[in-house]
Design a protein around this ligand. Structure first.
Ligand SMILES: [Cu+2]
Length: 470
């Protein structure tokens, strides 16, 4: 990705050996200390309540977008109590179709419990029935087996108290968190957002050739999912053009179903808007379609599927189309309000947010600790285009420095404003100028904490800005 050019990546690796790793780890530990303490207290309280209850099997279930996490995925047959909490931001329910078990709707932050008597040995799918949530990946498997560990020992032989949500002692939790933090930035196969150079055709058009296909995508180390990709990468390649350019995007469909390409936030003729079956026929498997238009205005545009899009887009079919010189446009909009810089943007990067489909909670198609860090020197400015291609709003928070928000959806702001936490809704693009003031490793993450942390360490929508001295 253009975010960290290969030379810079090497430099980071060298610095790692000289203490960045320790710095990053320290930062990570500081960030997680308070939430860990809170989780610990909640766990102990839950445990005390639990121990006074009967000896039936109890399983803690946590619902969020769009995941079902369980304290154990295998238990002994018998009576099972599911204690279900909705940690998400929208209502969910809890369904075991095979057993015709269905909870009431559970609002965000609320809990309920469901008792299922006499559950026999077998594999059971668990899902959420809210329309679209199952398709977005909100399901899990639950195994009932005589080989499963019995769950009646919350206090281990050593006297350590187990966390009832995670079946871990706090010492194990701390060790896990440190282990994950040390892996950052974890190496994975595949990188999205690479810049695609156009071919200039005989008729003067800038031609971008895109192929949509299903690939194996490594979201985090060792976790491969079915990614739906443009040119084998998630997000798709960055396309750049100037105002006045004639552009031809040729999309070849190698997916097992039809697709189409919508140019979101880009002024194009109606026939090029990619909304099948209205503005064109669907691009069937094996077929191609050319999207031709003249770039009339600057844009921070998305290109993404507009066909079965609730599946195709979060699974990976999305990328950035930047029209115009945004380093210039962004800094003009800032108009002297960044006193610690020379008035020029040193870097311009795209950060694509996602939360659903096969890719799930991620930054640029990767989940922490496999996300890429960003680097700046004190006094340098980075222009960040946030793109939300997911289904939820994400309040993006960079610990330092504050950002000057200079454009919304590709329109420079007349009155730029400061924000250290910025809501980015689905479909939105926000352009923010960050000038590095203080050296250090600064955490950068979504502030819906279930999108950034787990009992075994930071995950998902987390990265870091590494600021070095001049
Ligand atoms: Cu989020």
């Amino acid at each position: 990705m253009p975010v960290v050019p290969p030379e810079t990546q090497t430099q980071i690796d060298i610095k790692d050996e000289n203490g960045w790793t320790r710095g990053i780890t320290f930062m990570m530990l500081a960030v997680i200390a308070i939430p860990t303490f809170v989780i610990g207290v909640v766990a102990v309280v839950a445990l005390l309540n639990n121990n006074s209850a009967s000896s039936e099997v109890s399983v803690q279930v946590e619902l969020s977008e769009f995941k079902i996490a369980m304290s154990s995925s295998a238990v002994q047959p018998g009576d099972i109590t599911f204690q279900i909490k909705n940690s998400g931001t929208v209502a969910h329910n809890f369904v075991i179709p095979k057993l015709s078990v269905r909870s009431e709707m559970i609002n965000p932050g609320e809990s309920t419990s469901v008792v299922v008597p006499g559950v026999a040995v077998g594999d059971y799918e668990i899902n959420c029935e809210v329309s679209g949530h199952l398709a977005a990946g909100m399901k899990t498997m639950f195994i009932v087996s005589t080989d499963a560990p019995s769950s009646d020992s919350h206090v281990m032989a050593s006297g350590e108290v187990m966390n009832s949500m995670t079946a871990m002692s706090w010492q194990e939790m701390d060790a896990k968190m440190a282990e994950v933090a040390l892996k950052f930035p974890a190496k994975t196969e595949g990188l999205g957002n690479s810049e695609l150079s156009p071919i200039i055709d005989d008729d003067g058009y800038k031609v971008f050739n895109l192929t949509a296909s299903i690939i194996k995508w490594e979201v985090e180390q060792g976790k491969f999912v079915e990614g739906w990709a443009y040119n084998g990468q998630i997000p798709g390649p960055i396309l750049r053009a100037n105002v006045g350019d004639k552009i031809r995007i040729v999309l070849k469909n190698e997916l097992p179903e039809s697709t189409s390409l919508h140019l979101h936030g880009v002024r194009v003729p109606n026939a090029m808007d990619g909304v099948d079956p209205y503005t064109q026929s669907p691009i069937e498997p094996g077929q191609s379609f050319s999207y031709e238009f003249t770039a009339l205005e600057p844009a921070v545009g998305m290109y993404h599927s507009h066909h079965n899009a609730q599946v195709q887009v979060p699974n990976g079919l999305a990328g950035a189309l930047l029209i115009g010189d945004w380093k210039d446009l962004g800094m003009k909009s800032a108009s002297g309000r960044l006193p610690d810089t020379d008035g020029k943007a040193d870097q311009e990067v795209v950060m694509v947010l996602n939360d659903s489909g096969t890719i799930g909670l991620s930054l640029n198609g990767k989940s922490f600790p496999a996300t890429a860090p960003y680097t700046l020197k004190v006094g340098e400015t980075m222009l960040v285009h946030y793109f939300n291609e997911g289904s939820l709003t994400h309040p993006m928070h960079l610990h330092q420095p504050s950002g000057l928000v200079v454009a919304h959806d590709g329109a420079p702001l007349e009155y730029p404003f400061w924000a250290d936490t910025l809501n980015v809704a689905p479909g939105e693009r926000w352009t923010v100028a960050y000038t590095a003031k203080d050296a250090g490793v600064w955490a950068w993450h979504c502030h819906i904490l279930t999108h950034a942390e787990t009992p075994t360490g930071m995950r998902y929508m987390v990265t870091a800005l590494i600021v070095s001295a001049k």
